[in-house]
Design a protein around this ligand. Structure first.
Ligand SMILES: Nc1ncnc2c1ncn2[C@@H]1O[C@H](COP(=O)(O)OP(=O)(O)OP(=O)(O)O)[C@@H](O)[C@H]1O
Ligand SMILES: [Mg+2]
Length: 321
């Protein structure tokens, strides 16, 4: 039987001290409302994405609905950032703005020093519903994206441009992307013939095949069972370590956020949602989920996220803690 907290503390004073220290350390959320936004931006030397004073409103039959306001965030090259918050707070809205699928009502979003004006091959997007073309094989779903990016001359302002690649090279890219997510054996299957986890892998392969500077993912593993989700998280950790990609990912899952992130960005409840806190996760990489399960530092971060979501932003939502 489990001992009471008091009995456990009496028998294990060192463990308790370590857990307490880790919780205090991990609990050092940067309160975005108190932080000078310019200082935050300056602190990031090599910027992949800058979000400056962004607001997003929607026109609804009941009037204007302000989903997001005053969003300021800079993501460094190679950084893994997760967006977390209660259902309906505006995570997808923010990710869609970065993807260029929508235009902000106010403010600006910048990727690689250029204002985001629409979708682009520099930002690979993985959506929760994997949006594959059902009549194409896994191979062709990926090949289509590769062909769109590398199969035609890439025009670069003021430069000669990059010539279209040969079919053999496009095939090589497609094969490599499928191999990276372990899908080579299923390359000739259609989406209707593969599992949910495999469909997510095709979506990931398609985004990775474009060699985007930034990978944007909206709850990519949300609909998967716990084991498949864990496997894909581990694969994602490996892939990101290999490709050094910058990632912005939406998640509802506290463990997923702590395991994967360099920083966790918490949005306040909407309407009028903004950044309520930013937590830097200083766990060393490579990260191993089994080892981390016993790490006091890991548990400290986990508790800090849960505290912030349930104490400061209490709300009945669909969070998996
Ligand atoms: N096109 C739209 N028109 C009107 N309101 C919208 C539109 N898109 C989103 N919203 C509203 O903006 C808010 C934020 O929506 P969003 O989809 O970004 O939330 P979310 O944090 O991704 O939620 P979830 O975790 O459930 O996916 C919600 O209240 C939603 O109803
Ligand atoms: Mg969403």
């Amino acid at each position: 039987m489990l001992a009471t907290t008091g009995e456990f503390a009496a028998k294990n004073p060192n463990t308790c001290r370590a857990v307490k220290a880790a919780i205090i350390e991990a609990g050092k959320w940067i309160d975005a409302s108190l932080t000078n936004k310019n200082k935050m931006a300056e602190a990031v030397a090599d910027k992949a994405i800058e979000i400056q004073g962004v607001a997003q409103s929607f026109t609804t039959p009941k009037g204007t609905f302000v989903a997001l306001r005053d969003i300021n965030l800079t993501v460094a090259k190679g950084e893994f950032v997760t967006l977390i918050g209660h259902s309906g707070c505006g995570k997808s809205t923010l990710l869609n703005l970065i993807a260029g699928l929508a235009t902000p009502t106010q403010g600006a979003l910048i990727c690689a020093n250029r204002e985001i004006k629409g979708t682009g091959p520099d930002r690979g997007v993985v959506l929760q519903n994997h949006s594959l073309l059902p009549w194409l094989t896994c191979y062709d779903n990926v090949y289509l994206a590769v062909q769109r990016v590398f199969g035609q001359t890439q025009l670069i302002k003021g430069q000669a441009g990059i010539p279209a690649e040969t079919k053999a090279k496009l095939k090589e890219r497609t094969d490599a992307a499928l191999a990276m997510v372990g899908l080579t054996p299923a390359a000739q299957k259609r989406p209707g013939e593969i599992s949910g986890g495999m469909k997510q892998r095709v979506g990931l392969a398609r985004a990775l095949s474009m060699q985007p500077a930034v990978l944007l993912m909206d709850e990519p593993f949300g609909a998967l069972d716990a084991l498949t989700r864990a496997k894909l998280q581990d694969e994602l950790l490996d892939i990101v370590a290999k490709t050094q990609s910058t990632v912005v990912m939406v998640t509802h899952d506290v463990d997923e956020a702590v395991l994967l992130s360099d920083r966790i960005v918490m949005l306040t409840n909407g309407p009028d949602a903004t950044i309520g806190g930013v937590l830097s996760v200083a766990l060393p990489r490579p990260r191993n989920r089994v080892a981390l399960a016993e790490s006091t530092q890991y548990l400290g971060y986990r508790k800090a996220v849960i505290d912030l979501l349930y104490t400061r932003q209490a709300h009945v939502g669909k969070l998996a803690a």
